[in-house]
Design a protein. Sequence first.
Length: 114
Amino acid sequence: MHPRIRPAAAATRLMLALIALIAAAPTLAADSWSVDPAHSTVSFSVKHFFTPVKGSFADADVTLVYDPDNPGASKVTARIPVASVETGNDRRDDHLRSADWFETDAHQIGGTAP
């Protein structure tokens, strides 16, 4: 059995990293902003037979809300369509979108999987 990418775990790590970013920057004046996709990336790296495989998601919608009076109430909302996975290998990407991994046909939000 091969190790599986856990989308929920990856999303949790992303949200924790973004919350840490918000907490580390309390001087930001904006209360709410969206992450600019032209200047940011949602990426991952996994080991496959001892070889690192890197990939990213071409589509992501991330919104950050920072409450300077109550940092614990700050939040991150992320929508990362797994159908937009890109690893530089079309065959692997199609396999990741299949029922063996992300099952994109059953888990898409609007639109269609590639």
